[in-house]
Design a protein around this ligand. Structure first.
Ligand SMILES: Nc1ncnc2c1ncn2[C@@H]1O[C@H](COP(=O)(O)OP(=O)(O)OP(=O)(O)O)[C@@H](O)[C@H]1O
Ligand SMILES: [Mg+2]
Length: 260
């Protein structure tokens, strides 16, 4: 369903170019949950922006559901972003001047205008994330965890094939973070493919089919760990505990090598 082949991303600033991605290749199958971990600045967000069709690679091939994304024009790209991909970011990225309902309706209104169907569908997903009572609040009147639930509702509203989440719990406390993860768990069990970047190893392991460990300059996927045990795992699940120490060692070694 997602296939990257030799993706290259080079940023050029003046006479300096930085190769952030150089020959990144992988496949992600439908309904897979992949967690991505790695030190800061390795290119995780850069990769995700390419997957989300928010940024174009300098080279290589990216196909999403058998569509070669590199052949799409700007209109087709925005359709793809709007219809097939759901985004969740660390900073929520909501419109502060619009209500919860308006925020969640936005991806639908963008295409179909302000129809009653759009409103109904938005109400349905707002209810699904447990915010029916906050429908007419503004984001600034909500807690961080609630704002992130609005962002998830907005990401779900078009029924996208994939959800891309870049540190979705990075601004939340532990309890709110777990609530967000349980929403991802539900989406994944309903068949959605999810790619999540996180710095929290326990979080990376709770729901993942695979945890990918990256290193940078340029980015490589060093290791793909398939945690054993049935998901959602519990933090005290022995399989999780063992995978956790393996990943922590891997990340530590990476940090040591980078410092050398
Ligand atoms: N628009 C840009 N122009 C130039 N360089 C950029 C740009 N965006 C990112 N970079 C560079 O690309 C590299 C990777 O950045 P990226 O944001 O992808 O890292 P990351 O792995 O997501 O880090 P973090 O864990 O801190 O979020 C960094 O060295 C950064 O300076
Ligand atoms: Mg990042």
């Amino acid at each position: 369903m997602i296939e990257l082949e030799d993706i290259v991303k080079t940023y050029t600033k003046g006479s300096v170019s930085t190769e952030v991605l150089k020959g990144v290749s992988f496949r992600i199958e439908e309904n897979e949950f992949v967690s991505i971990m790695g030190p800061s600045g390795t290119g995780k967000s850069t990769l995700m922006n390419i997957l989300g069709a928010m940024d174009k690679p300098t080279g290589g091939r990216y196909s999403l559901n058998d569509t070669d994304v590199s052949t799409l024009d700007d209109n087709e790209l925005s359709l793809l972003r709007n219809r097939s991909i759901g985004f969740v970011f660390q900073q929520f990225h909501l419109l502060d001047r619009a209500s919860v309902l308006r925020n969640v309706m936005l991806p639908l209104v963008y295409e179909d205008g302000d129809s009653g169907d759009a409103r109904e569908r938005a109400e349905e997903v707002i209810e699904a994330v447990g915010l029916a009572e906050r429908m007419h609040y503004r984001p600034t009147e909500l807690s961080g965890g609630q704002q992130q639930r609005v962002a998830i509702a907005r990401a779900m509203v078009t029924n996208p094939v994939i959800i891309l989440a870049d540190e979705p719990t990075g601004n939340l406390d532990h309890r709110n973070g777990l609530e967000i993860l349980s929403l991802f768990q539900r989406l994944n069990s309903e068949g959605r493919t999810i790619l999540m970047i996180t710095h929290d190893v326990e979080e990376a392991l709770l729901l993942a089919d695979e945890v990918w460990i990256c290193s940078g300059a340029p980015m490589r996927i060093l290791d793909r760990i398939e945690p054993p045990g049935v998901k959602p795992r519990r933090a005290d699940d022995p399989a999780l505990v063992e995978a956790r120490s393996h990943i922590l060692q891997r990340l530590q070694k990476e940090a040591d090598d980078a410092a050398r």
